[in-house]
Design a protein around this ligand. Sequence first.
Ligand SMILES: Nc1nc2c(c(=O)[nH]1)N[C@H]1C(S)=C(S)[C@@H](COP(=O)(O)O)O[C@H]1N2
Ligand SMILES: [Mo]
Length: 200
Amino acid sequence: MAFARNFHSKRRAEVDPARVPPGQYVTPGFPVLSAGPTPKVVAGDWTFTVRGAAKNRGTWTWDTMRALPAESITVDIHCVTKWSKLGTTWTGVSLDTLLDNVETKAGYAVAFSEGGYTTNLPLADLTGGKAWLVYEFDGAPLEPQHGGPVRLLVPHLYFWKSAKWVRGLDLREQDEPGFWERYGYHNYGDPWREQRYAGN
Ligand SMILES: Nc1nc2c(c(=O)[nH]1)N[C@H]1C(S)=C(S)[C@@H](COP(=O)(O)O)O[C@H]1N2
Ligand SMILES: [Mo]
């Protein structure tokens, strides 16, 4: 028992509290949170489409996406159900790279996924080195339950904005709530301001 207590207090002491947003706890695990069943998405059939209010809309396949410059990033992630996971490492393509040739007046984007999940973000939160399309977690292909083959990663917002099985972006001049946002989750979702639900 004494060992267990020491073990836990030691683990807790290793966490830098400055990295944990208000109301969150740190988990060493990697919980799976999905609103429905895990869809079967085969990498060879996967496409990513930028559509909506833009010139130069485009579609990438697995191969054309993988041919783009890749980055490895290590970031902390924060779920609105209060778990945070520190120091997660992902590999993927920056949204800056994908949106480089997309000319748009749109201020907003709705990310859409295989299976019908959507989530909305200001376009400015997808650019400027803040968001990626990722296909590896911890050096291995992203598991289907975590959104493989490809998910969105937007670590500065609550993790529901990181659409799993992402298939594209709908660019919009007007903001429109996505799946959880329509159910009362906060429209923006900044974990540092504890924007969990509408009205927070
Ligand atoms: N397509 C899709 N993406 C999704 C979800 C979902 O249900 N479907 N859940 C969101 C929520 S609420 C969270 S916390 C994270 C969970 O990702 P994980 O299962 O890899 O931990 O995915 C987000 N992206
Ligand atoms: Mo979540």
